[in-house]
Design a protein around this ligand. Structure first.
Ligand code: GDP
Length: 328
């Protein structure tokens, strides 16, 4: 078979939501091999008109907050409502070391078995920017296959939350009730990022503590987050992935947000900003790789580093020298 008809068959498979084709396409998107990348870009360019129609929702929280339990219940509920749900992940730990926080296959078993759902672990290898970019491209593939809700999971550590907030329409942060937890939240900057905060595991003996935490978080939000220019007011709710409590209310809020931002143009603005941000972040990363990999730069780098450390030159002067060398 020719390469062309291979590609056409793969494109047909994507449009028909054939799982094997989706798996192959996403594997190409996640690959670092130059040939695969070319093919992936060809595929993405072909499907581009069929993308962008899904409701993109980011879900974050520290390990143990109950993300996978929550996403499984939430996803199954959305399937019951007639949606087709894709679950993707951005887990930088799975690229930095083998110790993935999110990615093992036994998670969300029930949801993964549903015909109306597609669950994919985080891509591995490369920088956070690279991992995030692959997740965005996998999202496009799944949108072209007709998934109308994409849940992007990430861990509440480091820059991964910002990376996911930059690829979704709505960002939900799960938290736990516990003394000082809202201070942890402030440190992580979630009050700036979150469109909604859910105090999770609000069930059993934890119910009262969760309600107290909700009020605390609400207070913090009031101070730290003046009204968005989009007109959306971030809120704090309680939830339990285990009992399902609060999940319907969360879906209603997410739908309200979507309706508001679709009507007033802010959804399009958010997505446009994200697209250009994505493009330039890849340019930045490419330049960084090119500079560091440049043989003339490599030849002077060690000496310059030593000069900076031993006080013979300033970081600014050394950086200029490196850039001049690269540009020459
Ligand atoms: P993740 O690391 O954020 O994905 O968290 P998991 O979903 O794997 O859950 C971590 C632990 O918390 C597991 O032992 C779950 O059974 C438990 N858990 C998850 N969700 C809930 C919840 O809503 N209520 C209670 N009580 N426990 C939960």
């Amino acid at each position: 078979m020719s390469r062309r008809s291979d590609l056409d068959a793969l494109l047909d498979g994507i449009r028909e939501n054939d799982r094997a084709s989706l798996g192959r396409a996403i594997t190409l998107v996640e690959s670092n091999a130059a040939g695969d990348r070319l093919q992936a870009q060809e595929i993405l360019t072909s499907i581009l008109p069929a993308t962008g129609k899904a409701h993109r929702i980011g879900i974050s929280g520290v390990p143990g907050v109950g993300k996978s339990t929550f996403i499984e219940s939430f996803g199954l509920r959305l399937v019951e409502l007639g949606h087709r749900v894709a679950v993707l992940a951005v887990d930088p730990s799975s690229s930095l070391s083998k110790g993935s926080i999110l990615g093992d296959k036994t998670r969300m078993e029930q949801l993964a078995r549903s015909d109306e759902a597609f669950v994919r672990p985080s891509p591995t290898g490369g920088s956070l920017g690279g991992v995030a970019s692959k997740t965005r491209e996998a999202m496009l593939v799944l949108e072209a296959a007709g998934y109308d809700i994409v849940l992007v999971e990430t861990v509440g550590v480091g820059q991964s939350e910002t990376a996911v907030a930059e690829m979704v329409d709505f960002f939900l942060v799960l938290n736990l009730a516990g003394a000082g937890d809202e201070l942890q939240g402030i440190k992580r900057g979630i009050f700036e990022l979150a469109d909604l905060i859910a105090i999770n595991k609000a069930d059993g003996g934890n119910l009262q503590a969760a309600e107290l935490a909700r009020v605390e978080f609400e207070r913090a939000l009031e101070i730290l987050r003046p009204a968005d220019e989009s007109g959306w007011k971030p809120q704090v709710v309680t939830s339990s992935g285990l009992t399902g409590e609060g999940l319907d209310a969360i879906w209603r809020l997410i739908a309200d947000h979507h309706e508001l931002l679709s009507a007033n143009g802010f959804l399009e603005r958010r997505r446009n900003r994200q697209l250009l941000g994505w493009m330039w972040s890849l340019v930045d990363e490419g330049i960084r790789t090119a500079v560091r990999g440049h043989s003339d730069v490599a030849a002077i780098a060690a000496t310059l580093e030593r000069d900076v450390l031993e006080g013979r030159t300033t970081p600014t002067a050394a950086a200029e020298r490196i850039l001049d060398t690269f540009n020459a």
